[in-house]
Design a protein around this ligand. Structure first.
Ligand code: ZN
Length: 142
């Protein structure tokens, strides 16, 4: 089977997005906590666990925010304005985890290194991360 590598990927390849919000232990954690509260008040998203130690390809403490494709045009600009000096990785979720994180991602603030060798080039369609149910109940308009 020939794999066509020059064909553009369709937008429907993206099933959801993650924003990984990184922080240094210490005073930056308080800013990360504040940002998490603000997000939960304003956006229907899934706020992931706190990782105070490096996990997976991530080399700094962080937490993940998983969000739907249609939230991108409101949530990402809001993060641009309100990231509180923190580094944020925004990446799509497709069948290509390595490219999602290292080639097709965008960074707000300082770009940080990732352990790319932990990320598979391609995964089966049924293992692409589905959007988890949101655990926020926004009460404010962004
Ligand atoms: Zn992620």
């Amino acid at each position: 089977m020939t794999v066509q590598t020059d064909a553009p990927l369709p937008l429907k390849a993206i099933t959801s997005y993650h924003a990984h919000i990184y922080f240094d232990p210490g005073d930056a954690r308080a800013r990360a906590e504040r940002l998490r509260t603000l997000i939960g008040e304003r956006f229907v998203a899934r706020l992931g666990s706190w990782h105070d130690k490096p996990v997976g390809p991530h080399l700094k403490p962080m937490y993940q925010v998983a969000f739907a494709v249609d939230l991108f045009p409101r949530f990402v600009p809001w993060l641009m304005l309100n990231r509180m000096g923190l580094s944020i990785l925004v990446h799509p979720n497709t069948r290509r985890p390595h490219d999602d994180h290292l080639v097709n991602a965008l960074w707000l603030g300082e770009k940080l290194p990732l352990k790319g060798d932990m990320l598979p080039a391609e995964v089966a369609e049924d293992t692409v991360e589905e959007l988890p149910p949101p655990n926020t109940a926004p009460t404010l308009q962004p």
